[in-house]
Design a binder for this molecule. Structure first.
Ligand code: ADP
Length: 326
């Protein structure tokens, strides 16, 4: 027999462990210390909790006297080394992003042994919450969100950034129901762009004899960034069907199925859900080997985006007003 008490105790201690990594609830008011671009500092009134992540907690925040609300993402200043690294990358990369479908990074400061990120507020939860609640989106909605996400991926890749952790739970919804990519904790700088220039510059004054030709090729690109296109394929499948394609009880099984592209579209009889041939095609294109995956520009030119209705933002916003969450 299973010793339920033991299992419960183990689960409780695991939960307690997780809570240790999270900062305690913030005070009702948080003070941003003075800085060169804000000489008087600022005060944030802390509002409701928005959510908890791997090591951060998020609360609403507002500067008294102003209407604008923000998301305050809070992490402990002293973290285990690995998390500290993850967080530093996140800060550096996220703060350089500026695009309409990426959560806008506004400021960062330290207060009371915690680091605060002031972010654009996305008050309508994540794409995952919505897809679960709605049990899948309509094809027009999937067109709308796929174009938004592809645009953000195009922007990141042009800046030499690979996100590496794109998933519905990391895509938040702003007050109009636009998709905004958040959480750059696993993002990485591609070893091209500036690094390439550095290599070229240094080889000019040193000896180029030992440098492999492909490193110096102009416009050279590895296929590493194509991991984000794979993720978009998974996101599109999940938006259409409400489940990711390789869902299994163990990680090994998910990997095995992914390697074999072992997935099935739900049958229209069982689910009463029609999925067009064009939708199936574009998802299959994105789940090919890295060098065959389409880039964001060719994705949005696919027939899927021209074979049916493409909603305007105000339709998406007002539909949500008709069916609010919960
Ligand atoms: P972690 O980096 O620890 O995984 P996340 O960035 O995922 O943390 O944030 C934790 C939770 O906080 C999210 O799941 C979400 O509920 C909420 N959250 C994060 N960023 C925002 C935002 N900009 N607007 C609203 N809620 C947010």
């Amino acid at each position: 027999t299973v010793d339920t008490a033991k299992v419960k105790a183990a689960l409780a201690s695991k939960a307690a462990q997780k809570d240790k990594e999270h900062p305690p609830p913030p005070p009702a008011q948080v003070y941003e210390p003075p800085s060169s671009d804000r000489r008087d500092g600022a005060t944030y009134q802390v509002g409701k909790m928005l959510g908890k992540g791997g090591f951060a907690v998020c609360y609403e925040g507002q500067i008294p006297g102003f209407r604008k609300r923000y998301a305050l993402k809070i992490v402990k200043s002293k973290m285990p080394t690995k998390m500290e690294q993850k967080f530093q990358t996140e800060l550096q990369i996220h703060s350089k992003m500026r695009q309409q479908n990426i959560v806008q990074f506004l400021r960062a400061f330290s207060y009371d042994n915690c680091t605060y990120l002031v972010l654009e507020l996305c008050p309508n939860g994540s794409l995952m919450d919505m897809v679960k609640r709605r049990k899948g989106l309509t094809e027009p909605e999937v067109r709308f969100y796929s174009v938004q996400i592809a645009g953000a991926i195009k922007y990141m890749h042009a800046k030499g950034i690979i996100h590496r952790d794109l998933k519905m739970g990391n895509i938040f919804l702003d007050k109009y129901m636009n998709a905004k990519i958040g959480d750059f904790g696993l993002a990485a700088l591609l070893v091209t762009g500036r690094d390439m220039q550095t290599i070229r510059r240094t080889t000019l004054c040193g000896t180029p004899n030992y440098i492999a030709p492909e490193i110096l090729e102009k416009g050279r690109k590895g296929h590493d960034h194509m991991v984000d296109i794979w993720s978009l394929g998974i996101i599109m499948f999940a938006m259409l069907t409400s489940k990711p394609p390789f869902q299994s009880s163990t990680t090994d099984e998910i990997y095995r199925r992914a390697r074999n592209r072992d997935y099935e579209w739900p049958s229209p009889e069982g689910t009463n859900k029609y999925i067009s041939q064009e939708a199936k095609e574009i998802v299959a294109d994105m789940l090919q080997d890295a060098d065959k995956r389409p880039d964001p520009d060719s994705i949005v030119k696919h027939d899927f985006f021209y074979s049916g209705y493409m909603p305007e933002l105000n339709e998406i916003t007002s539909k949500f007003r008709d069916y609010p969450p919960d």
